[in-house]
Design a protein around this ligand. Structure first.
Ligand SMILES: C[S@@+](CC[C@H](N)C(=O)[O-])C[C@H]1O[C@@H](n2cnc3c(N)ncnc32)[C@H](O)[C@@H]1O
Length: 205
């Protein structure tokens, strides 16, 4: 992808993502900062059962879901608020990966019943909602509300007692923990990577 926004805060708008995805060539894909091969071992350890029901939050046109599917995780439901990318991904995978589902949906307002999923994965999606201009040490109210809504929705749709939220990001703990430290759940953070550090946050219900 080489369609850069004029300013970083555009990453936080649906219009930006719809335009970006509509300008891409058919079949294009882009993975934010990590591909499946680089995180497969982590995924295998965190999700031992291939039949787990998995929610992919803000899937974009990443290959993560298809590569997980091809690795045996067949029960994946993908959501993104860009109607453009959801249509592209539906078309691309309908025949080859028929069990995978695609829905246009906002992660702040998930249209699923409580306790629908075993696992939810966010790779770079909450980050897109954090790009609003302002002080990163004291984020604007809109950012706080958006991230809180996403995390509350994720916890709601995860199975109680056995649910797992996996969040992969460059965002350092100081800027992320405040959204992920939810009473009644267990948060863990790991720093990973060599030259470029990134973080794996897990929240267990
Ligand atoms: C930085 S990209 C990450 C894409 C993919 N997860 C990856 O790892 O490559 C952010 C994606 O989240 C989507 N997104 C941003 N805010 C969203 C929201 N509130 N609800 C649903 N999708 C959202 C965007 O449309 C975009 O596809």
């Amino acid at each position: 992808m080489d369609i850069l926004p004029q300013s970083n805060d555009q990453y936080g708008t649906k219009e930006y993502w719809n335009t970006r995805y509509s300008q891409e060539t058919d079949g294009a894909s882009f993975d934010w900062f990590k591909s499946y091969s680089e995180i497969a071992e982590i995924i295998h350890n965190l999700i031992p059962s291939r039949s787990s029901k998995i929610l992919m939050l803000g899937c974009g046109n990443s290959k993560l879901s298809e590569e997980m599917y091809d690795d045996g995780y067949k029960n994946i439901v993908n959501v993104d608020y860009s109607a453009v990318v959801i249509q592209q991904m539906q078309k691309r995978h309908r025949e080859v990966r028929p069990e995978m589902k695609w829905h246009e949906m906002d992660v702040r307002d998930l249209k699923f019943e409580e306790e629908t999923f075993d696992v939810a994965i966010d790779k770079g999606t909450m980050d897109a909602m954090m790009t609003a201009k302002g002080d990163i040490w004291d984020p604007p109210q809109q950012v706080v509300e958006d991230c809180t809504k996403e995390v509350n929705e994720v916890i709601r749709v995860l199975r109680k007692k056995s649910g797992l939220f996996i969040y992969l990001t460059f965002g350092q703990p100081h800027f992320r923990k405040r959204f992920l430290d939810i009473p009644g759940t267990a948060l863990e953070v790991k720093e990973l990577g060599e030259a470029f550090h990134y973080y794996l946050y897990t929240v267990r219900t």
